[in-house]
Design a protein around this ligand. Structure first.
Ligand code: ZN
Length: 273
């Protein structure tokens, strides 16, 4: 079995300092956290930006500032969100990709209700445009699957040439409005994948650890970090994103696996060729 990729999602669009004071919000805080996670064993950094009020932002200058700070210190693979603000437009969801050409970017392959926030809209015309933009500029889509239909949409876009094989699928379990974070759901989803797909998964909130263990047992890659979970364990706030990465490294090694280096992760994902 090849090495296991640890992605770290440091910030996301929702958690704030009121949820956990260790959530990194500014470009400087996010870059510092990512570099610490890189040294701890993460090979991919999934990034969201926040405005001065702490709200999700697609400001490409914030992305640039953060990515420049990270790239000056380490070669971790960069994965930028394309869904980081409720007021984002089709244009602002892609402008930072053209500017920064990250290794990866999220591709949310369907629409659903964010039960706490509104509609998570990914119109078919936008998904077609985004897939073609990413091919044109050489950014690998990290296809985020929040529910079963998202996977079928991805397979449809694969058949149309909008997404290229092998797909990289990220199962997002337990989002409000998405499929619940259970091991049974993970097994069900995993069995729908094309044979050549590379896949990863994570559970949001309290089911983070069962999904992490089950993903490793099924041969998938993993994602950790405060975008998904601000609690280290029940009743105990996480002290940093790197704390989650260090725990993931320990678990992978106890399972007699190897944690992927950046170079190994790039080979597995087919980026930086
Ligand atoms: Zn994200």
């Amino acid at each position: 079995m090849s090495a296991t990729i640890i992605s770290v999602a440091t910030t996301g669009a929702w958690p704030g300092k009121e949820d956990n004071p260790a959530v990194p919000i500014t470009p400087e805080e996010i870059a510092k956290d990512v570099i610490e996670c890189y040294h701890a064993g993460a090979s991919v950094a999934h990034l969201h930006m926040r405005d001065e009020q702490g709200r999700g932002s697609m400001d490409k200058n914030l992305f640039k500032k953060t990515v420049d700070l990270i790239r000056s210190e380490c070669d971790i693979l960069i994965n930028l969100t394309t869904s980081g603000a409720l007021d984002a437009t089709n244009e602002t969801r892609q402008a930072h990709l053209r500017l920064l050409r990250p290794d990866l970017a999220s591709y949310d392959a369907g629409t659903m209700n964010w039960m706490h926030a509104g509609i998570f809209e990914n119109h078919p015309a936008f998904l077609e445009e985004l897939g073609l933009t990413m091919q044109e500029i050489g950014v690998k889509p990290e296809i985020e699957v929040f529910d079963t239909s998202f996977l079928y949409n991805a397979l449809y876009y694969q058949s149309k040439g909008v997404l290229k094989s092998p797909l990289f699928i990220q199962f997002v379990l337990g989002a409000p409005g998405g499929i619940a974070a259970t091991v049974e759901n993970l097994v069900f989803l995993k069995n729908l994948l094309p044979e050549d797909a590379v896949w990863s998964a994570f559970g949001i909130g309290k089911n983070h650890l069962p999904i992490l263990y089950a993903t490793l047992a099924l041969g998938g890659h993993i994602r950790v970090g405060m975008e998904d979970n601000v609690m280290y364990r029940k009743g105990e706030l996480a002290t940093s994103n790197a704390q989650f990465v260090r725990r993931a490294v320990r678990i992978i090694e106890e399972m007699d696996r190897k944690v992927a280096t950046v170079e190994e992760a790039a080979n597995i994902l087919g980026v930086r060729k």
